[in-house]
Design a protein around this ligand. Structure first.
Ligand code: AMP
Length: 342
């Protein structure tokens, strides 16, 4: 097998490359020089290309170099947050999965369209600050790991958060923000893998995020909380494992199935590979999906040796990273590689 599996050195790269190595591939890490001191310790990384910044991948000579190595790139959150959708679509290197669907993850309007087509229950989108009547969460576009989000219950609350982001030069105008109904319940992240080779949708694991400083607020007694003059932030610092009540799995599989079919209709060839439905289970155990990720999510880093759910499906340890490599290997063996790359 001549292919090499490559990814950017961040997010879930260790898991992806370890999985690729376990499936018999050579591995390539593209990393910023300042991060190399972390990655140099891991012997499953065969090749390293050092860059000044991840955006260097846009240079055509760089892409030629990757193609000479017969590299298949595995996209993840760092790629999406470092480059625009257009830049990603113009990269002339084979990507695992559907490169076009990444635009639907980054653009909130397209995102909403795909979630509706998938018949998912979603929070109401508030089209204008004048329509805010109840608790809302105001988000930035793109994968920013929850940075810059704020809550507002009315127009004044919105203006306060908006002006702060404006003064900090985080946004240019109100179009950079997206207002969504705040769903009360517990946030849960469902990890799926769809294989066009086997036709199966696999539920691979589930996590919750550990977000600073919202998850730290409960450690401050209420009388002191009232004196904390800050807007909570939702900056992800890590992930916490979870299992679901078994009776919820029926719905989990139906949602995954609907999402795969809707992706095939709207963005052919659909969603080969990993994706994540991200939402809140309400008090009556109804899942309201507020986001999706159309690629591997960092929450899968919990399950390097497999999860409770992947153990039911596979005879040995199966991380999401390894599942990707396994799919590429099967596709190569069956001469169907074009079904899993774009
Ligand atoms: P995101 O970056 O969109 O995944 O959101 C970051 C965090 O904000 C999530 O982990 C949730 O804690 C919270 N969140 C996002 N959207 C909503 C929503 N509509 N209702 C309640 N909480 C939300």
């Amino acid at each position: 097998m001549t292919k090499i599996i490559g990814t950017l050195g961040s997010h879930c790269s260790l898991q992806v490359l370890k999985g690729a190595k376990d499936e018999g591939f050579r591995t390539l890490l593209i990393t910023e020089k300042k991060r190399y001191h972390v990655y140099k310790r891991f012997n499953f990384i065969d090749h390293v290309i050092l860059v000044d910044e991840f955006r260097d991948i846009l240079e055509s000579d760089f892409q030629k170099r990757l193609n000479k190595l017969e590299c298949i790139l595995i996209p993840h959150g760092t790629l999406i947050s470092s480059l625009s959708s257009e830049e990603i679509e113009n990269i002339d290197v084979p990507f695992f999965g559907n490169k076009l669907i990444l635009r639907w993850e980054a653009d909130r309007n397209l995102k909403e369209k795909l979630m509706l087509e998938s018949k998912l229950s979603i929070p109401a989108t508030i089209r204008s600050k004048t329509e805010i009547k109840d608790l809302c969460i105001v988000k930035l576009h793109g994968a920013a790991g929850g940075k810059g989000y704020f809550l507002a219950s009315d127009r004044n609350g919105f203006d306060e958060g908006y002006n702060k982001l404006l003064n900090e030069n985080v946004i240019k105008d109100e179009n950079d923000l997206y207002i969504q109904e705040y769903v009360k319940g517990v946030p849960v992240f469902l990890h799926y893998f769809y294989s066009p080779i086997s036709g199966d949708i696999e539920f691979m694991g589930v996590d919750r995020r550990y977000e600073s400083d919202i998850d730290g607020l409960s450690r401050i007694p209420s009388k002191h909380q009232l004196n904390v003059p800050m807007e909570p932030t939702y900056n992800v610092v890590g992930n916490i494992p979870l299992v679901l009540r078994e009776s919820l799995l029926d719905d989990v599989y139906k949602m995954g199935e609907n999402f795969v079919r809707a992706s095939e209709r709207l963005i052919p060839p659909g969603i080969p590979g990993p994706f994540c439905l991200e939402g809140v289970y309400t008090k009556d155990a109804k899942f309201i999906t507020f986001e999706f990720s159309a690629r591997i999510v960092a929450g899968t880093n919990l399950y390097i040796s497999g999860s409770q759910y992947s153990d039911f499906l596979f005879q040995h340890d199966m991380s999401m990273g390894r599942r990707i490599a396994f799919e590429i290997r099967n596709a190569i063996n069956k001469r169907k590689l074009n079904r899993v790359i774009t």
